[in-house]
Design a protein around this ligand. Structure first.
Ligand SMILES: *Cc1c(COP(=O)(O)O)cnc(C)c1O
Length: 412
Protein backbone atom coordinates (compact mmCIF):
# COMPACT_ATOMS: atom_id res chain seq x y z
CA UNK A 1 0.00 0.00 0.00
CA UNK A 2 1.69 3.22 -1.08
CA UNK A 3 1.58 6.46 0.85
CA UNK A 4 -0.63 8.16 -1.75
CA UNK A 5 -3.33 5.56 -1.24
CA UNK A 6 -3.01 5.75 2.54
CA UNK A 7 -3.38 9.55 2.42
CA UNK A 8 -6.47 9.24 0.22
CA UNK A 9 -8.03 6.70 2.58
CA UNK A 10 -7.37 8.88 5.62
CA UNK A 11 -8.86 11.92 3.84
CA UNK A 12 -12.06 10.02 3.04
CA UNK A 13 -12.50 7.60 5.95
CA UNK A 14 -11.05 9.82 8.69
CA UNK A 15 -8.59 8.84 11.39
CA UNK A 16 -7.82 6.76 13.32
CA UNK A 17 -8.40 3.99 10.80
CA UNK A 18 -6.97 0.50 10.31
CA UNK A 19 -6.11 -0.34 6.69
CA UNK A 20 -5.51 -3.94 5.59
CA UNK A 21 -4.07 -5.24 2.33
CA UNK A 22 -5.81 -8.36 0.99
CA UNK A 23 -2.95 -9.06 -1.41
CA UNK A 24 -0.44 -9.20 1.44
CA UNK A 25 -2.61 -11.72 3.31
CA UNK A 26 -2.88 -13.92 0.22
CA UNK A 27 0.89 -13.80 -0.30
CA UNK A 28 1.60 -14.86 3.29
CA UNK A 29 -0.89 -17.70 3.08
CA UNK A 30 0.66 -18.95 -0.16
CA UNK A 31 4.14 -18.79 1.40
CA UNK A 32 3.21 -20.91 4.42
CA UNK A 33 0.94 -23.32 2.59
CA UNK A 34 3.60 -23.74 -0.10
CA UNK A 35 6.35 -24.46 2.42
CA UNK A 36 4.26 -27.15 4.12
CA UNK A 37 3.31 -28.65 0.77
CA UNK A 38 6.93 -28.73 -0.33
CA UNK A 39 7.76 -30.72 2.79
CA UNK A 40 5.14 -33.27 1.81
CA UNK A 41 2.98 -32.80 4.90
CA UNK A 42 -0.72 -33.49 4.72
CA UNK A 43 -1.80 -30.30 6.41
CA UNK A 44 -4.49 -27.71 6.87
CA UNK A 45 -4.04 -24.07 7.84
CA UNK A 46 -6.56 -22.86 10.43
CA UNK A 47 -6.44 -19.09 10.70
CA UNK A 48 -6.55 -17.91 14.31
CA UNK A 49 -9.54 -15.57 14.30
CA UNK A 50 -8.51 -13.60 17.39
CA UNK A 51 -5.68 -11.92 15.46
CA UNK A 52 -8.16 -10.06 13.25
CA UNK A 53 -11.79 -11.13 13.24
CA UNK A 54 -13.29 -8.69 10.73
CA UNK A 55 -15.77 -10.49 8.45
CA UNK A 56 -14.01 -9.25 5.32
CA UNK A 57 -10.63 -10.58 6.52
CA UNK A 58 -12.26 -13.93 7.29
CA UNK A 59 -13.70 -13.86 3.77
CA UNK A 60 -10.26 -13.40 2.22
CA UNK A 61 -8.93 -16.39 4.15
CA UNK A 62 -11.96 -18.58 3.45
CA UNK A 63 -11.51 -18.03 -0.28
CA UNK A 64 -7.92 -19.25 0.05
CA UNK A 65 -9.14 -22.55 1.50
CA UNK A 66 -8.14 -21.90 5.11
CA UNK A 67 -10.05 -23.24 8.07
CA UNK A 68 -10.24 -21.32 11.35
CA UNK A 69 -9.22 -21.62 14.97
CA UNK A 70 -11.66 -19.91 17.33
CA UNK A 71 -11.39 -19.27 21.07
CA UNK A 72 -14.93 -18.18 21.98
CA UNK A 73 -18.56 -18.59 21.04
CA UNK A 74 -18.39 -15.10 19.53
CA UNK A 75 -15.56 -16.09 17.20
CA UNK A 76 -17.42 -19.29 16.31
CA UNK A 77 -20.39 -17.19 15.33
CA UNK A 78 -18.22 -14.87 13.24
CA UNK A 79 -16.58 -17.81 11.46
CA UNK A 80 -19.89 -19.47 10.57
CA UNK A 81 -21.34 -16.12 9.44
CA UNK A 82 -18.30 -15.65 7.19
CA UNK A 83 -19.15 -18.92 5.46
CA UNK A 84 -16.64 -21.34 6.96
CA UNK A 85 -17.99 -24.87 7.03
CA UNK A 86 -18.43 -26.18 10.58
CA UNK A 87 -15.99 -29.02 9.95
CA UNK A 88 -13.29 -26.42 9.10
CA UNK A 89 -13.54 -24.96 12.62
CA UNK A 90 -11.26 -25.86 15.53
CA UNK A 91 -12.40 -24.55 18.93
CA UNK A 92 -9.54 -23.83 21.34
CA UNK A 93 -9.28 -21.95 24.64
CA UNK A 94 -8.85 -22.66 28.29
CA UNK A 95 -12.29 -21.66 29.59
CA UNK A 96 -15.13 -22.64 27.27
CA UNK A 97 -18.55 -22.32 28.90
CA UNK A 98 -21.17 -25.09 28.66
CA UNK A 99 -23.25 -22.90 26.37
CA UNK A 100 -20.28 -22.25 24.05
CA UNK A 101 -19.63 -26.00 23.95
CA UNK A 102 -23.28 -26.60 23.14
CA UNK A 103 -23.24 -24.04 20.30
CA UNK A 104 -20.13 -25.69 18.88
CA UNK A 105 -21.60 -29.19 19.03
CA UNK A 106 -24.93 -28.10 17.57
CA UNK A 107 -23.08 -26.44 14.69
CA UNK A 108 -21.16 -29.70 14.14
CA UNK A 109 -17.65 -28.21 14.29
CA UNK A 110 -14.63 -30.27 13.36
CA UNK A 111 -12.64 -30.36 16.59
CA UNK A 112 -12.81 -29.09 20.16
CA UNK A 113 -9.40 -28.83 21.80
CA UNK A 114 -9.80 -29.47 25.51
CA UNK A 115 -7.32 -28.10 28.03
CA UNK A 116 -8.16 -30.05 31.19
CA UNK A 117 -9.72 -33.27 32.48
CA UNK A 118 -12.58 -31.23 33.91
CA UNK A 119 -13.29 -29.71 30.51
CA UNK A 120 -13.39 -33.18 28.93
CA UNK A 121 -16.10 -34.15 31.41
CA UNK A 122 -18.02 -30.95 30.59
CA UNK A 123 -17.83 -31.60 26.83
CA UNK A 124 -18.91 -35.23 27.37
CA UNK A 125 -21.86 -34.08 29.44
CA UNK A 126 -23.11 -31.61 26.80
CA UNK A 127 -22.43 -34.07 23.99
CA UNK A 128 -24.37 -36.87 25.73
CA UNK A 129 -27.29 -34.52 26.38
CA UNK A 130 -27.41 -33.67 22.67
CA UNK A 131 -26.94 -37.35 21.69
CA UNK A 132 -23.96 -36.13 19.69
CA UNK A 133 -20.48 -37.51 19.18
CA UNK A 134 -17.86 -34.84 19.79
CA UNK A 135 -14.46 -34.98 18.11
CA UNK A 136 -12.10 -33.72 20.80
CA UNK A 137 -8.41 -32.98 20.90
CA UNK A 138 -6.16 -32.69 23.92
CA UNK A 139 -4.05 -29.56 24.05
CA UNK A 140 -0.87 -30.71 25.66
CA UNK A 141 1.43 -28.54 27.73
CA UNK A 142 4.73 -29.86 26.34
CA UNK A 143 6.89 -27.79 28.72
CA UNK A 144 8.74 -25.98 25.95
CA UNK A 145 10.06 -22.47 26.46
CA UNK A 146 9.71 -20.05 23.55
CA UNK A 147 11.87 -16.93 23.64
CA UNK A 148 9.09 -14.39 23.39
CA UNK A 149 7.38 -11.83 25.64
CA UNK A 150 6.49 -13.40 29.03
CA UNK A 151 2.81 -12.63 28.37
CA UNK A 152 2.83 -14.60 25.12
CA UNK A 153 4.49 -17.77 26.39
CA UNK A 154 1.98 -20.53 26.93
CA UNK A 155 3.69 -23.90 27.03
CA UNK A 156 5.78 -24.00 30.19
CA UNK A 157 5.03 -26.10 33.26
CA UNK A 158 2.74 -24.34 35.69
CA UNK A 159 0.99 -22.17 33.11
CA UNK A 160 -2.76 -22.23 32.76
CA UNK A 161 -2.70 -23.72 29.25
CA UNK A 162 -2.87 -27.36 28.24
CA UNK A 163 -2.78 -30.75 29.94
CA UNK A 164 0.59 -31.70 31.48
CA UNK A 165 2.34 -34.23 29.26
CA UNK A 166 2.37 -36.98 31.90
CA UNK A 167 -1.41 -36.82 32.31
CA UNK A 168 -2.33 -37.17 28.64
CA UNK A 169 -2.39 -40.99 28.42
CA UNK A 170 -4.68 -41.24 31.43
CA UNK A 171 -7.00 -38.62 29.98
CA UNK A 172 -7.04 -40.39 26.62
CA UNK A 173 -8.08 -43.60 28.37
CA UNK A 174 -10.85 -41.71 30.10
CA UNK A 175 -12.05 -40.30 26.74
CA UNK A 176 -12.17 -43.84 25.34
CA UNK A 177 -14.62 -44.76 28.12
CA UNK A 178 -16.94 -41.91 27.17
CA UNK A 179 -19.28 -42.89 24.32
CA UNK A 180 -20.06 -39.24 23.53
CA UNK A 181 -16.40 -38.45 22.68
CA UNK A 182 -13.77 -39.45 20.14
CA UNK A 183 -10.15 -38.45 20.67
CA UNK A 184 -9.32 -37.13 17.21
CA UNK A 185 -6.24 -35.03 17.89
CA UNK A 186 -3.46 -34.05 20.23
CA UNK A 187 -1.83 -30.69 19.93
CA UNK A 188 0.15 -27.81 21.33
CA UNK A 189 0.31 -24.04 21.05
CA UNK A 190 3.66 -22.78 22.25
CA UNK A 191 3.03 -19.05 22.46
CA UNK A 192 3.03 -16.10 20.13
CA UNK A 193 5.61 -14.16 18.10
CA UNK A 194 8.05 -17.11 18.07
CA UNK A 195 10.81 -16.29 15.59
CA UNK A 196 12.94 -19.46 15.75
CA UNK A 197 12.05 -22.99 14.71
CA UNK A 198 13.73 -24.68 17.71
CA UNK A 199 10.64 -24.60 19.99
CA UNK A 200 8.55 -26.17 17.23
CA UNK A 201 11.14 -28.90 16.77
CA UNK A 202 11.21 -29.57 20.52
CA UNK A 203 7.42 -29.61 20.75
CA UNK A 204 7.01 -31.79 17.67
CA UNK A 205 9.43 -34.34 19.10
CA UNK A 206 7.35 -34.54 22.27
CA UNK A 207 4.11 -34.89 20.31
CA UNK A 208 5.68 -37.65 18.21
CA UNK A 209 6.61 -39.62 21.30
CA UNK A 210 3.16 -39.03 22.72
CA UNK A 211 1.42 -40.38 19.60
CA UNK A 212 3.51 -43.56 19.82
CA UNK A 213 2.55 -43.95 23.48
CA UNK A 214 -1.13 -43.36 22.74
CA UNK A 215 -1.07 -45.95 20.01
CA UNK A 216 0.71 -48.40 22.29
CA UNK A 217 -2.09 -47.79 24.78
CA UNK A 218 -4.61 -48.84 22.15
CA UNK A 219 -5.88 -45.38 21.15
CA UNK A 220 -6.69 -45.69 17.45
CA UNK A 221 -8.96 -42.72 16.81
CA UNK A 222 -6.38 -39.98 16.09
CA UNK A 223 -6.68 -38.25 12.72
CA UNK A 224 -4.69 -35.05 13.22
CA UNK A 225 -1.92 -33.33 15.15
CA UNK A 226 -2.30 -29.65 15.96
CA UNK A 227 1.02 -27.79 16.14
CA UNK A 228 -0.64 -24.48 17.06
CA UNK A 229 0.25 -21.00 15.91
CA UNK A 230 2.65 -18.39 17.19
CA UNK A 231 4.67 -18.01 13.98
CA UNK A 232 6.62 -14.81 14.49
CA UNK A 233 7.01 -11.89 12.09
CA UNK A 234 9.50 -9.04 11.61
CA UNK A 235 7.88 -5.79 12.66
CA UNK A 236 10.76 -3.79 11.25
CA UNK A 237 13.24 -4.49 8.46
CA UNK A 238 16.09 -6.66 9.65
CA UNK A 239 14.32 -8.09 12.69
CA UNK A 240 14.31 -11.88 13.03
CA UNK A 241 11.21 -13.65 11.72
CA UNK A 242 10.14 -17.26 11.52
CA UNK A 243 11.22 -18.76 8.21
CA UNK A 244 8.25 -20.73 6.81
CA UNK A 245 10.57 -23.33 5.28
CA UNK A 246 12.30 -23.91 8.64
CA UNK A 247 8.90 -24.12 10.33
CA UNK A 248 7.65 -26.66 7.78
CA UNK A 249 10.85 -28.60 8.24
CA UNK A 250 10.27 -28.68 12.01
CA UNK A 251 6.69 -29.97 11.90
CA UNK A 252 6.25 -31.84 8.60
CA UNK A 253 8.34 -34.91 9.58
CA UNK A 254 5.87 -35.42 12.44
CA UNK A 255 3.06 -35.73 9.92
CA UNK A 256 4.99 -38.11 7.73
CA UNK A 257 6.10 -40.29 10.66
CA UNK A 258 2.64 -40.59 12.21
CA UNK A 259 0.50 -40.53 9.06
CA UNK A 260 -1.65 -37.84 10.72
CA UNK A 261 -2.76 -34.56 9.21
CA UNK A 262 -0.90 -31.53 10.60
CA UNK A 263 -3.08 -28.59 11.66
CA UNK A 264 -1.38 -25.19 11.85
CA UNK A 265 -3.03 -22.18 13.52
CA UNK A 266 -1.26 -18.98 12.47
CA UNK A 267 -2.84 -15.62 13.26
CA UNK A 268 -0.22 -12.89 13.35
CA UNK A 269 1.84 -14.53 10.60
CA UNK A 270 -0.97 -14.17 8.06
CA UNK A 271 -2.29 -10.71 8.86
CA UNK A 272 0.19 -8.82 11.09
CA UNK A 273 2.20 -7.09 8.39
CA UNK A 274 -0.85 -6.69 6.14
CA UNK A 275 -2.20 -3.82 8.26
CA UNK A 276 -1.38 -0.24 9.21
CA UNK A 277 -3.05 2.12 11.63
CA UNK A 278 -3.39 5.66 10.30
CA UNK A 279 -3.46 8.47 12.82
CA UNK A 280 -3.16 12.25 12.64
CA UNK A 281 -1.00 14.54 14.74
CA UNK A 282 -3.26 16.72 16.90
CA UNK A 283 -0.61 18.76 18.69
CA UNK A 284 3.13 18.93 19.12
CA UNK A 285 4.70 19.63 22.45
CA UNK A 286 8.09 19.78 24.15
CA UNK A 287 8.31 18.87 27.81
CA UNK A 288 11.42 18.24 29.87
CA UNK A 289 13.46 18.01 26.70
CA UNK A 290 11.10 15.45 25.19
CA UNK A 291 9.58 16.27 21.85
CA UNK A 292 6.11 14.78 21.58
CA UNK A 293 3.59 14.21 18.85
CA UNK A 294 0.14 13.91 20.38
CA UNK A 295 -1.92 11.87 17.92
CA UNK A 296 -5.59 10.92 17.60
CA UNK A 297 -5.01 7.16 18.17
CA UNK A 298 -4.26 5.80 21.62
CA UNK A 299 -3.84 2.61 23.59
CA UNK A 300 -7.56 1.97 23.27
CA UNK A 301 -7.04 1.68 19.50
CA UNK A 302 -3.67 -0.13 19.60
CA UNK A 303 -2.78 -1.75 22.90
CA UNK A 304 0.36 -3.65 21.92
CA UNK A 305 2.95 -0.94 22.71
CA UNK A 306 1.47 -0.46 26.19
CA UNK A 307 0.76 -4.13 26.98
CA UNK A 308 3.76 -5.87 25.44
CA UNK A 309 6.21 -2.97 24.98
CA UNK A 310 5.83 -3.83 21.30
CA UNK A 311 7.80 -1.66 18.89
CA UNK A 312 5.88 -0.89 15.70
CA UNK A 313 7.42 1.07 12.85
CA UNK A 314 5.94 4.57 12.56
CA UNK A 315 6.39 6.82 9.56
CA UNK A 316 5.12 10.15 8.34
CA UNK A 317 2.90 9.37 5.36
CA UNK A 318 4.25 11.03 2.23
CA UNK A 319 7.54 11.95 3.90
CA UNK A 320 9.41 8.65 3.93
CA UNK A 321 12.36 10.19 2.11
CA UNK A 322 12.57 13.31 4.31
CA UNK A 323 15.52 13.56 6.70
CA UNK A 324 14.65 12.07 10.12
CA UNK A 325 16.08 14.93 12.16
CA UNK A 326 13.71 14.81 15.15
CA UNK A 327 13.50 12.31 18.00
CA UNK A 328 9.90 12.14 19.17
CA UNK A 329 7.55 10.26 21.45
CA UNK A 330 4.33 9.43 19.62
CA UNK A 331 1.67 9.51 22.33
CA UNK A 332 -2.09 9.12 22.43
CA UNK A 333 -4.85 11.20 24.01
CA UNK A 334 -5.64 8.72 26.81
CA UNK A 335 -5.14 9.70 30.43
CA UNK A 336 -2.40 7.14 31.09
CA UNK A 337 1.36 7.62 30.96
CA UNK A 338 1.48 4.15 29.39
CA UNK A 339 -0.51 5.46 26.45
CA UNK A 340 2.01 5.68 23.63
CA UNK A 341 2.43 4.25 20.14
CA UNK A 342 6.19 4.68 20.02
CA UNK A 343 8.94 6.27 22.11
CA UNK A 344 12.14 8.04 21.04
CA UNK A 345 11.52 7.62 17.31
CA UNK A 346 13.60 9.29 14.65
CA UNK A 347 11.23 11.09 12.31
CA UNK A 348 11.18 14.07 10.00
CA UNK A 349 9.73 17.19 11.67
CA UNK A 350 5.93 16.79 11.82
CA UNK A 351 3.32 19.46 12.36
CA UNK A 352 -0.26 19.29 13.59
CA UNK A 353 -2.38 17.67 10.91
CA UNK A 354 0.43 15.40 9.67
CA UNK A 355 -0.62 11.85 8.91
CA UNK A 356 1.33 9.00 10.53
CA UNK A 357 1.18 5.29 9.75
CA UNK A 358 1.84 2.65 12.39
CA UNK A 359 3.00 -0.51 10.64
CA UNK A 360 2.51 -4.17 11.50
CA UNK A 361 -0.90 -3.58 13.05
CA UNK A 362 -3.00 -6.09 11.10
CA UNK A 363 -2.92 -8.57 14.00
CA UNK A 364 -3.99 -7.89 17.60
CA UNK A 365 -4.71 -4.28 16.70
CA UNK A 366 -8.40 -3.73 16.24
CA UNK A 367 -9.29 -6.99 18.04
CA UNK A 368 -7.66 -5.74 21.24
CA UNK A 369 -9.19 -2.28 20.95
CA UNK A 370 -11.54 -0.91 23.57
CA UNK A 371 -13.67 2.13 24.29
CA UNK A 372 -11.48 3.21 27.21
CA UNK A 373 -11.89 6.92 27.91
CA UNK A 374 -15.23 6.58 26.06
CA UNK A 375 -13.60 6.70 22.68
CA UNK A 376 -15.46 5.12 19.76
CA UNK A 377 -13.47 2.32 18.16
CA UNK A 378 -11.86 3.24 14.82
CA UNK A 379 -13.05 2.17 11.39
CA UNK A 380 -11.41 -0.52 9.27
CA UNK A 381 -10.67 -0.46 5.55
CA UNK A 382 -9.70 -3.25 3.16
CA UNK A 383 -7.52 -2.58 0.12
CA UNK A 384 -7.59 -5.15 -2.69
CA UNK A 385 -5.58 -4.18 -5.77
CA UNK A 386 -7.15 -0.99 -7.09
CA UNK A 387 -10.23 -1.29 -4.90
CA UNK A 388 -10.69 -0.21 -1.34
CA UNK A 389 -13.67 0.05 0.94
CA UNK A 390 -14.72 0.48 4.56
CA UNK A 391 -15.23 -2.96 6.15
CA UNK A 392 -16.26 -1.65 9.56
CA UNK A 393 -17.81 1.69 10.36
CA UNK A 394 -16.25 3.93 12.95
CA UNK A 395 -18.28 3.55 16.15
CA UNK A 396 -20.72 6.34 16.91
CA UNK A 397 -21.33 8.22 20.17
CA UNK A 398 -24.52 6.11 20.51
CA UNK A 399 -22.40 2.93 20.43
CA UNK A 400 -20.62 4.17 23.56
CA UNK A 401 -23.76 3.99 25.70
CA UNK A 402 -25.49 1.06 23.99
CA UNK A 403 -27.05 -1.24 26.56
CA UNK A 404 -26.79 1.21 29.46
CA UNK A 405 -29.99 1.87 31.37
CA UNK A 406 -29.32 5.27 32.90
CA UNK A 407 -29.86 5.96 36.57
CA UNK A 408 -31.54 3.04 38.41
CA UNK A 409 -35.04 3.90 39.69
CA UNK A 410 -34.03 3.50 43.35
CA UNK A 411 -31.50 6.29 42.95
CA UNK A 412 -33.61 8.62 40.86
C1 LIG B 1 -3.68 -17.12 19.78
C2 LIG B 1 -3.64 -18.54 19.32
C3 LIG B 1 -3.13 -18.85 18.06
C4 LIG B 1 -2.52 -17.83 17.13
O1 LIG B 1 -1.39 -17.21 17.62
P1 LIG B 1 -0.49 -16.30 16.66
O2 LIG B 1 0.65 -15.91 17.49
O3 LIG B 1 -1.32 -15.15 16.23
O4 LIG B 1 -0.13 -17.16 15.49
C5 LIG B 1 -3.18 -20.17 17.65
N1 LIG B 1 -3.70 -21.13 18.44
C6 LIG B 1 -4.20 -20.87 19.67
C7 LIG B 1 -4.75 -21.96 20.49
C8 LIG B 1 -4.18 -19.56 20.14
O5 LIG B 1 -4.67 -19.30 21.36
Amino acid sequence: MDDGLLAAIAATAGTPVYVYDAGAIRARYAELDGALREDGARHHVHYSVKANSNAAILGVLRELGAGVDVVSGGELRRALAAGFKPEQVVFSGVGKTPSEIEDALRAGIGLINAESAAEIEAIACVSARLSAKARVGIRVNPDVTAETHPYTRTAERGMKFGVPLDEVIGLARRIRELPALDLASVGMHLGSQITGDAPYRAGAAKLGTLVAELRAAGITTLTSLDVGGGLGIAYADGEPALDPAAFADAVAPLGRATGLEILVEPGRYLVGNAGVLLTRVLYTKVSGGHRMLIVDAGMNDLLRPSLYQAVHPIWAVGARDAAATDVVDVVGPICETGDFLGLARRMPPARAGALLAVGGTGAYGFTMSSQYNSRPRPSEVLVDGEHWGVIRERESPEDLVRGEHGTPRWLA
